[in-house]
Design a protein around this ligand. Structure first.
Ligand SMILES: Nc1ncnc2c1ncn2[C@@H]1O[C@H](COP(=O)(O)OP(=O)(O)OP(=O)(O)O)[C@@H](O)[C@H]1O
Length: 607
């Protein structure tokens, strides 16, 4: 099918000006306070343009707020009457956008031609008086723009503004007093402008102008020694973030004109909570919540950076996701890795403190990052049968490192395995088993194996033949009683003697048993066939009775069949409870039944 030929006339979109102004001024920004940032930023861009004309000039920005009005005055490049019509009064047109976009962006912060509209968040009218530095003999020009989209322009005598530059004055609405009080304006100016490179002052009219950005960025200062520099940067980090960093990493990426610091958090944070980083663009604070500057895994740091060539989005509250940002993120991630490598190589004390707090973050990182794995795996702490230990410490005493696949397996076997001289690591926590298994990549002399029932049983002392024979009848009854749970019963001697029985069972074995049980139940049906095909050698659980335990010694001598059976069930039930794994319904009812039977037996005996 072919589409009918287009015969309509070309038209242009109609714009409802009031709606557009409302949209851009009220809905683009997260808070009315950004009006001051947009005004300061326009002033900064105007100064940048003026510096290009007069590189030696001393130019600045002056802020004024007295409660009745807010004024931002700059010595920037200024505007002629024609500029005012073209740039101030045309929404979406910006003097900072040109054919050579990349070049323009490198110089200016603004580019969209909408920032000024944010003033309508706090005032109904924007009043601008400007005089151009490019056309010095042009008169001063006055522009009044209103929220309904109308504006007036008139020229003023040169004496109305003798020097080039621009003054923007707002008369705040009553409902915007919160954002336009003198103290608030001063605080916002410091907040957004503390790292601006042009001098900015503030006055409320009662005193002399106060500098808003008296100190240059701390990383641009020179210090007498590297130690002094490190302390100064740490102090700045503490001032900005409100915590004393565990360490401070200086960041410097000349290719994108980025400088800054990363502060290592002194406390662990949940991995799901992404931290905001403070990002300045050309000195102006863009966002305090920019998580996109670092990869997800870097949740143990917060950084503050100032970059020349990162692109803000139109709301200027986030960074535009482009190749530059991706490259910056990668480069900063490399810097964090370098820091970890340096600490691992030359500052074990620092590394120890870092890992104590952030080992979970590092573990999640090591799983996907071979380099981090190689550097840090031997240093990471794990729960082991020797208590909390690093893998290096642990491997010094255990040539074979055994690892469980769940926390409950570890709890079950830890005491017994360590009494038998086995070294076991709890592999039940996220990443731990996977990481322990990769230890031979870093320490080839160490062997790692999963702890399975057979390994453990092989390490428990067998009982002598006579004892085995004497217990044979009891063991047979016990096996019979526990057959429904696919559980074998054995007699061994192991420490601690206080433990009557050990139930050795793995999660995989339990799954396999459930599957084969289903296959049996479905025999003949479609599922029975499929599940039956999957059948492997069904791993059995094992109840290992402890010959060293006084109760077990008495139990294996029981001759009465019913009591023998009940005692075996009770021992199984107690061992299952100790393993702290969820019980199956049949196990719960077994525990109930055996408890009541034993109670009945005890009462019968007493009566
Ligand atoms: N203080 C100033 N001095 C000189 N020109 C200015 C000043 N403020 C605004 N302008 C002119 O008005 C235009 C529009 O300003 P506006 O803040 O709306 O957008 P922008 O800064 O160009 O881009 P963005 O929307 O990204 O902020 C600017 O491009 C600039 O030409």
């Amino acid at each position: 099918m072919t589409l009918p030929e287009n015969t309509g006339t070309d038209r242009t979109f109609q714009v409802d000006l009031r709606g557009l102004v409302d949209l851009l001024s009220h809905h683009l920004y997260s808070s009315p306070r950004v009006y001051l940032r947009e005004l300061m930023q326009n002033a900064v861009d105007a100064l940048t343009a003026r510096h290009a004309l007069e590189p030696q000039g001393q130019f600045g920005i002056r802020l004024y707020a007295d409660g009745a009005l807010v004024r931002v005055e700059d010595d920037g490049v200024g505007l002629t009457e024609a500029d005012v019509h073209t740039f101030l009064a045309t929404i979406g047109r910006s003097s900072k956008r040109a054919e050579k976009i990349a070049e323009q962006r490198a110089d200016f912060i603004g580019q969209f031609g909408i920032g000024l509209l944010s003033c309508f968040l706090v005032a109904d009218e924007i009043h601008v008086v400007s005089r151009s530095a490019r056309t010095p003999d042009a008169p001063a020009v006055e522009w009044r723009g209103r929220g309904d989209g109308s504006y007036t322009v008139r020229t003023l005598p040169a004496s109305a503004r003798p020097q080039p530059g621009t003054t923007v004055t707002l008369t705040p609405r009553a409902d915007a007093a919160e954002w336009t009080r003198p103290e608030r304006v001063h605080a916002l100016a410091r907040h957004f402008g503390s790292l601006l490179r042009h001098p900015v002052t503030f006055t409320d009219g009662t005193g002399g102008p106060e500098p808003v950005n008296p100190e240059p960025a701390p990383w641009s200062l020179t210090h007498p020694t590297p130690g002094a520099r490190h302390r100064a940067l740490a102090a700045y980090g503490e001032e900005v973030f409100g915590f004393k960093p565990l360490d401070t990493i200086e960041l410097d990426l000349p290719a994108v004109g980025l400088r800054g610091i990363a502060c290592i958090l002194p406390e662990a944070v949940p991995s799901g909570r992404r931290h905001g980083h403070r990002v300045h663009v050309k000195g102006m604070l863009l966002s305090e919540q920019a998580p996109e500057i670092l990869p997800d895994w870097a949740f143990f740091v917060r950084c503050v950076v100032d970059a020349e060539s990162l692109r803000p989005t139109a709301s200027r509250e986030a960074l535009y996701e482009d190749d530059t940002l991706a490259a910056v993120r990668d480069a900063l991630a490399d810097r964090l890795r370098d820091w970890i490598a340096r600490a691992a190589a030359s500052d074990p004390d620092l590394l120890g403190r870092f890992l104590q707090v952030h080992h979970l973050a590092v573990k999640s990182l090591a799983v996907h990052d071979d380099e981090i794995l190689r550097m840090l795996l031997p240093w990471l702490p794990f729960e082991t049968t020797d208590g909390h230990a690093t893998l290096d410490e642990f491997a010094r005493t255990h040539r074979t490192v055994l690892v469980t696949s769940s926390v409950e397996e570890f709890r079950q076997v830890a005491a017994i395995a360590s009494a038998a001289g086995l070294g076991v690591v709890n592999g039940g926590y996220t990443y731990d088993r996977e990481l322990v298994h990769r230890l031979p990549e870093v320490r080839p002399e160490v062997a790692v194996a999963d702890l399975d029932p057979a390994t453990l049983t092989a390490h428990l002392d067998p009982v002598d033949r006579e004892t085995e024979l004497a217990a044979a009848a009891y063991l047979a009854r016990a096996r019979d009683a526990l057959a429904v749970f696919d559980c074998d019963v054995a007699l061994r001697a192991f420490q601690p003697a206080s433990a009557p029985a050990l139930l050795v069972d793995s999660r995989e074995a339990r799954h396999e048993r459930t599957r084969s049980q289903l296959a049996r139940e479905q025999e003949g049906g479609l599922w029975g066939g499929i599940l039956g095909h999957l059948r492997q050698e069904v791993p059995r659980a094992q109840l290992i009775l402890n010959q060293l335990n006084p109760l077990v010694r008495t139990a294996v001598a029981i001759e009465e069949p019913e009591l023998a059976r009940t005692s075996a069930e009770a021992l199984y039930g107690q061992a299952a409870l100790l393993s702290r794994r969820p019980l199956r319904p049949s196990e719960s009812s077994l525990i109930n039944r055996s408890f009541l039977d034993l109670l009945a037996h005890a009462l019968r005996k007493d009566s």
